[in-house]
Design a binder for this molecule. Structure first.
Ligand SMILES: [Zn+2]
Length: 176
């Protein structure tokens, strides 16, 4: 009886070491997983926005803006802070990518009109203002800086979000 506990203890110790090392491997593997998820969203949305330029996603250790896009020769580089995409559900990720592709669209059509509001106008061809507002909330919570939604989405859209009656998916209480 006494001897039989020895192999069991050994097995437990081995299992602990195995788990610790497999967690490490999973953390390293996670960068390509994030990259692939964001790249998939980019590829879907570039097609829908009619953007012909290649947009490459890279996961970077830190990005002050969490996600940002930069032009490089004939392509664009979308840099995403490691871990940021994991905090977003699929609709928020779509909204975030649509916003960045809004900047790409402006770069290729009206390079001198680059503004946050215009990037969102392009994004809102594909995503609802409600999800964009939800995304800004997450960005501002994470960066600890609160912005003015009206400046980002335009005063009319922000007003619409502030009054539930004006929201297209809220039940209408108005008599036609
Ligand atoms: Zn932007």
């Amino acid at each position: 009886m006494h001897l039989s506990t020895f192999p069991l203890r050994l097995a437990v110790a081995t299992a602990v070491i195995y788990c610790a090392s497999s967690t490490n491997v999973a953390a390293q593997d996670h960068i390509p997983v994030q990259q692939a998820r964001v790249q998939q969203a980019v590829d879907d949305l570039t097609a829908r926005l009619g953007i012909a330029d290649a947009v490459h996603v890279s996961i970077v250790p830190a990005n002050r803006l969490l996600m940002s896009v930069e032009p490089s020769e004939h392509t664009f580089e979308l840099k995403v802070e490691d871990g940021w995409a994991d905090t977003l559900d699929d609709s928020e990720l779509t909204a975030a990518v649509a916003h960045e592709l809004g900047h790409v669209w402006i770069f290729t059509h009206h390079p001198f009109l680059q503004t946050e509001q215009l990037a969102n106008e392009v994004a809102m061809r594909l995503v609802s203002p409600k999800v964009l507002a939800q995304l800004y909330d997450k960005v501002w919570t994470r960066t600890n800086v609160r912005g003015d939604l009206a400046r980002f989405l335009g005063p009319e859209v922000a007003r619409g979000l502030a009054s539930p009656e004006a929201s297209p998916d809220a039940p209408s209480t108005q008599i036609p």
